[in-house]
Design a protein around this ligand. Sequence first.
Ligand SMILES: Cc1cc2nc3c(=O)[nH]c(=O)nc-3n(C[C@H](O)[C@H](O)[C@H](O)COP(=O)(O)OP(=O)(O)OC[C@H]3O[C@@H](n4cnc5c(N)ncnc54)[C@H](O)[C@@H]3O)c2cc1C
Length: 428
Amino acid sequence: MKNWSNTYEYTAPRIEAPATVDELRRVVAEADRVRPLGSRHSFNGIADTPGTLVDMTALPVEVTIDAEAGTATVSGGTRYGVLAAALDEAGFALHNMGSLPHISVAGAVATGTHGSGVTNGNLSSAVRGLELVTPDGDLRRVTADDPELAGSVVALGALGPAVRVTVAIEPRYLIRQDTYRRMSWDTLLGSFREVAGGAYSISVFTNWVQNDVEQLWVKRRIESADAAVPDEYFGAIRDLTERPELVPGVTDNLTRRGVAQPWHFGLPHFRLDVPPSAGDEIQTEYFVAIDDAAGALSAVRALGDRIAPHLTVTELRTMAADDLWLSPASGRDSLAIHFTWLNHPDEVFALLPVIEEALAPFAPRPHWGKLNRVDPAGFAAAYPHLADQRELVTRHDPSGKFRNEYLDRVLGLGAAQELPDVSAPMGR
Ligand SMILES: Cc1cc2nc3c(=O)[nH]c(=O)nc-3n(C[C@H](O)[C@H](O)[C@H](O)COP(=O)(O)OP(=O)(O)OC[C@H]3O[C@@H](n4cnc5c(N)ncnc54)[C@H](O)[C@@H]3O)c2cc1C
């Protein structure tokens, strides 16, 4: 079995697809080593195990809305697009969506998956509670007022499978998405916060080597369908094409521009009914503080000639700070510098330490579910709560049933503590 892009092959000798929570509990209780698997949209070995993988998407979809509490409780393997449709039909919405609605809710929040918007927290920041399977196969609830929630949401699957996730909801709203082309680098670097904060959600696309920044996707939260939209955005000019080509072959699967749409059609980049993105790809992403945007972007831009031959496109997004221990936006308003790579694993793997070194002054945090070469010391430097997380994980899972090689490295557990650096392939 491989991940969504066929670039990572799971090594687990056994895969189970439990159809009920009781069956899942039995599988977990009887396994020596076990890991929950979502929709397989991560690019490294984060979900893998030398024991049993449990396909959480096989469990039935459940969505229960509590309008009074302002929450919805959803089965963990449910895809965001399915949850969003159920919420919208009932008059509700989520505050944010990732670029694709195909990912599972629990798998996405386990890695701190994000959308964009300087005042929007990532998807994990909406979590108000979880129901987890313990190593013994029991069910354990973590509620909104439990201080352990901060370490239980972006938990990388290390606290066991989440069978139910409770998220904050709000009244449904409209989004209008427009494309703007060609913004000067000087404008972007000189006014990053203003550009990134000029609408509800902004994505900036570049290949690093062109003179201007190629595209901006501006997603405005609007009150009425006929709301006027300016033709210029910080000097960039509006493109009236309904689905402008981002890179060759990535057009028809994009969500629409220039029209008011329900929030769950306008916020994601990709449509739920067709495969997203380019497909044959690898992804990497680093998070730095928004206040370091100009310095961090200039440092990566200086590597543009080395990056471009292996790159499909880079996307820049933002997110508001949160207080989740392993969230990429923990404690700081953040800029996410994302790379969709061509399927050039050797070249990309060799380039990552170069990019990581360039970003080192900004304490970069890698996306947990994407390819990176950060070593245990780098994770410890980037995440002030790593020791708290380690304590939480070892207390709830003393035998390490839910751990794997990747988790041991990032959490600095077991043999990984002695590793001088991560020269062995991480996630390949
Ligand atoms: C085309 C594409 C676009 C993407 N866009 C974005 C984006 O816009 N923003 C962003 O931040 N990321 C993005 N990602 C990355 C993706 O959101 C994350 O890798 C996410 O974790 C994938 O969720 P999944 O359900 O596929 O989980 P998997 O990849 O299957 O698993 C990821 C982790 O979650 C754990 N897990 C899975 N299910 C459960 C569960 N029920 N309970 C507990 N733990 C569980 C696994 O053990 C593993 O540790 C993108 C990926 C792709 C392929």
